[in-house]
Design a protein around this ligand. Structure first.
Ligand SMILES: Nc1nc2c(c(=O)[nH]1)N[C@H]1C(S)=C(S)[C@@H](COP(=O)(O)O)O[C@H]1N2
Ligand SMILES: [Mo]
Length: 402
């Protein structure tokens, strides 16, 4: 796709979103404005105002970081992101729904949900994170949903192995990529479909799932019911929702969402510049990252010992090795204690006790380092779409005498 036509696509997508927001009427606008004013920990969204709405329609909403005090993020409070919104319910009626497997395979398959559930069931606890999580922190600013800290969550995903389904179909030697398509559709036929592909190695990985349960409950509609891909350790744009078709192919999928969107410069670029499309690579693995969950942004804390808690996570085949906090804007760092479960793909809890030196404003920073030595920078490398933000996390508090 040429630069010019990709711009036109972006403009059309923006326009359709604006029209969607207008169709919501006054109540929708008020919700939008309220959530914008309330800031990162403010109200807004479904389920007793538990989410922060970034785009009202189709709904893009992030989880307030305080919810991450729970190691598993509850389904009703899990961030929501989609380009076009969920498909009409009748299209994904579990009885009529079928998964099709075609392309470079020995046998084409059409499988019902009941048939899929005959494969061995697997559960993986994994962080799901939008590639644009933290986009709002890039300078210069970049267009797109202005996610702050909560377009991420940790959940137990239950389903079957994508590898088992591919083995039943028989992947031909020329099959190098697995293209994924869902039942969701844009408002206009001129807008490209959300089609993604993952390399065959990731598709055949024993932990890559077709999931139909989330935290033990049936996968909710907004999270991709009846079936979604979970590619643990990879960014969520690989985790296709409302899956209907798997096509084994020799090449990466074509189209806007693979060729233009979700790409990241292979080498650092000057902020504000447009890299050569040839130097762009698909966004895949997650980068090491951490969040301060407690105290909350803007909290008032006492002069006594303050418990700081958070979570940290990293990419595929990596573990969190340490988390540190700083009270002097990154000059000195003090180690935190890793606590709780240590599982691949899940996030790791951590905590540290801080003794404030005096009353007044203070800023807590945290940074994680993984077992391959990757650590969080003060600010992430700028890139035109604002992907993979993993700058140190920051929480400002006010210390008061009791
Ligand atoms: N079919 C489909 N799958 C999709 C998307 C989409 O628009 N359509 N969005 C992707 C993106 S960009 C993200 S961040 C995750 C969000 O998953 P969640 O809403 O369950 O948190 O779904 C991914 N899967
Ligand atoms: Mo995303």
């Amino acid at each position: 796709m040429t630069q010019e036509s990709s711009w036109r696509v972006t403009r059309r997508a923006l326009l359709s979103r604006m029209l969607g927001a207008m169709a919501l009427g006054l109540a929708g606008w008020r919700g939008l404005i309220r959530s914008a004013w309330a800031g990162p920990e403010g109200p807004g969204g479904r389920d007793t105002n538990s989410l922060i709405v970034r785009v009202a329609r189709p709904l893009d909403a992030e989880t307030p970081v305080r919810e991450f005090a729970s190691w598993l993020t509850p389904n009703g409070r899990f961030f929501i992101r989609s380009h076009f919104g969920p498909p009409p319910e009748e299209q994904i009626d579990p009885a009529a729904w079928r998964l099709r497997v075609n392309g470079l395979v020995e046998r084409q398959l059409t499988l019902s949900l009941d048939e899929l559930k005959q494969f061995p069931e697997v559960t993986v606890t994994a962080v799901l994170q939008c590639s644009g999580n933290g986009r709002a922190f890039f300078r210069p600013r970049v267009p797109g949903v202005q996610w702050e800290r909560g377009a991420v969550g940790n959940a137990r995903w239950t389903g079957i192995r994508l590898a088992d389904v591919l083995a039943r179909a028989g992947v031909q030697a020329a099959g190098r990529h697995v293209q994924l398509q869902g039942a969701d559709r844009p408002v206009a036929t001129t807008i490209p479909l959300f089609i993604r592909s993952i390399p065959i190695e990731k598709a055949l990985h024993a932990d890559t799932l077709l999931a139909y349960r989330m935290n033990g409950a049936p996968l909710p509609l907004l999270h991709g019911a009846p079936l979604r891909v979970i590619a643990p350790g990879w960014m969520a744009d690989a985790c296709l929702k409302w899956l209907t078709t798997i096509t084994v192919s020799a090449d990466e999928a074509k189209g806007y969402y693979m060729e233009t969107a979700y790409r990241y410069p292979a080498r650092p670029v000057e902020p504000g510049t447009t890299p050569n499309p040839r130097d762009m690579r698909p966004v895949e693995e997650m980068v090491v990252k951490s969040l301060i969950v407690e105290p909350a942004q803007g909290a008032i804390v006492g002069l006594g010992p303050v418990m700081i808690r958070g979570v940290a996570w990293t990419g595929e085949d990596r573990r969190i090795a340490r988390v540190e906090v700083s009270m002097d804007d990154g000059t000195t760092w003090q180690p935190a204690r890793l606590t709780g479960k240590d599982l691949p793909y899940a996030w790791r809890s951590w905590q540290v006790i801080w003794q404030p030196k005096g009353a007044g404003p203070a800023e807590i920073l945290c940074r994680a380092t993984d077992d391959r030595g990757a650590t969080q920078p003060m600010a992430s490398p700028w890139n035109p779409s604002g992907f993979l933000w993993n700058g140190v996390d920051r929480v400002r508090v006010e210390v008061r005498k009791a």
